[in-house]
Design a protein around this ligand. Structure first.
Ligand code: COA
Ligand code: MG
Length: 389
């Protein structure tokens, strides 16, 4: 199947380019990335034409690329207009990084009841231990039993780093390929195109029920400013390829972002507020989950709670976590409280009853309620529903 669509297997190209430019050298890396992008942009037009033809033939519907791009969000929004819609099977309240070179920490992680564990081959692992981490993760996918319903994700190296190819190739040698793949430092539409094609090529022989959820980390100004085209490409390729690659979440990499803009991280995080909100807004426009920044002070549970509640209030679905002791606080903050659930259930019931009598706005507990507040209440119920799956 991969042979039908040109340019599906770029592994050898990447290795050749990496060797040609010297993968460990900064200028070599940027030349490598530049060349990678040039290679993709020259093929994008042809490939998009191929996709459009294939897609319209398959559906005998003459669907244009524009129609395809909006189909995901339109189909979900049309059933429930105005609410925050996510197509995910479960909540991703805590997204916990586990250094992939540490057998001890992987064992510890396997005992935890947490929404998502992210076995790391990127920045949580020293350069000299990356090969070890990759091997240990592949071994763990097949031999470590994680708690039921825990999403096991792997963070590979950035697409701009030749290691990404080796990481992805290795992950798909495991019998249990990862449920989610997290890609850091994503910056361009071309990188998403490469990524989706690469994973598609590797996952194509898996059983039909295999799904790879795609989690992207945005952590540079370029990523934030390109996020609309990044998400468009992600959703379009997932739809057009009609396959098992599921767009899932956008993660805010606050600390790399701060380094990139020369900011100093502070407790109130005002220096990253604009980027944080912009990322959230774009993720939600594409029906993706938004995962908030890490909180690195492991001694300050009060501070952790405050930043969690602030993120939740802004609309984030969850938060990155770096240590097991943060999991409980984070998961509990991003869960609806009993009071919120009661409020949402009663409000929706009352509004449904009154709107069937032809009323558009009602008074509920002394406050005016119309559709926007009903939709906020439905968001709360939806999070609860996902936690139960
Ligand atoms: N995943 C799994 N287990 C972890 C863990 C993690 N991220 N962080 C700590 N643990 C384990 C420890 O090994 C220890 O296990 P034990 O009880 O069997 O001895 C237990 O949890 C308590 O650890 P603690 O003493 O609180 O922390 P530490 O001093 O061992 O480690 C850090 C502190 C910050 C170095 C560690 O939490 C870590 O490496 N976190 C991940 C960092 C990372 O991935 N960064 C990149 C993404 S931003
Ligand atoms: Mg980072």
């Amino acid at each position: 199947m991969s042979a039908k669509i040109p340019g599906f297997v770029f592994a050898s190209t990447c290795c050749r380019l990496a060797n040609a430019f010297g993968s460990n050298h900064i200028s070599g890396r940027s030349k490598f990335l530049h060349c990678l992008e040039k290679r993709f942009s020259s093929s994008i037009v042809d490939r998009k034409l191929n996709y459009a033809t294939e897609f319209s033939q398959r559906n005998s519907n003459n669907l244009s690329r524009t129609h395809v791009s909006s189909s995901r969000s339109l189909s979900s929004a049309s059933t429930d207009p105005g609410t925050e819609v996510s197509l995910l099977p479960r909540a991703r309240r805590a997204f916990m990084y586990v250094p992939g070179d540490s057998e001890k920490m992987i064992t510890k992680a396997s005992q935890l009841v947490v929404d998502s564990i992210c076995l790391d081959i990127e920045d949580g692992v020293a350069e000299s231990s990356k090969d070890k981490a990759r091997e240990l993760i592949v071994h763990s996918l097949d031999h470590v039993t994680f708690q039921p319903n825990v999403d096991v994700c792997v963070r590979i190296n950035p697409v701009s780093n030749p290691r990404a190819v080796d990481d992805l190739d290795a992950l798909f040698t495991a019998q249990n390929a990862p449920q989610s793949i997290c890609v850091p430092k994503i910056e361009t539409q071309g990188e998403v195109e490469w990524l989706m094609n690469k994973i598609y090529g590797l996952a194509v022989d898996r059983p039909p029920n295999y799904k790879a959820h795609i989690v992207l980390i945005c952590e540079t100004p370029r990523a934030i400013l390109n996020l609309v085209s990044i998400c468009t490409e992600l959703n379009e390729l997932s739809t057009i390829l009609n396959c098992n690659l599921v767009p899932d979440s956008i993660v805010f990499g606050s600390d790399d972002y701060s380094a990139a803009i020369g900011a100093t991280r502070s407790e109130d995080a005002t220096e990253v507020l604009y980027a944080r909100q912009k990322l959230l807004m774009i993720a939600k426009m594409f029906s993706l989950q938004a995962i908030d920044m890490v909180y690195t002070d492991l001694t300050n549970d009060e501070g952790l709670t405050k930043t969690c509640l602030e993120g939740k209030k802004m609309g984030f679905n969850g938060k990155q976590v770096i240590n097991p002791k943060q999991v409980e606080t984070v998961q509990s903050c991003f869960s609806p409280s009993p009071e919120e659930l009661q409020w949402a259930t009663e409000l929706v019931a009352e509004f449904d009853k009154r709107s069937s009598e032809g009323v558009g706005a009602i008074l509920f507990e002394g406050r005016m309620v119309d559709m926007p507040l009903v939709n906020q209440a439905k968001n709360i119920l939806r999070v609860k529903q996902k936690m139960n799956l």
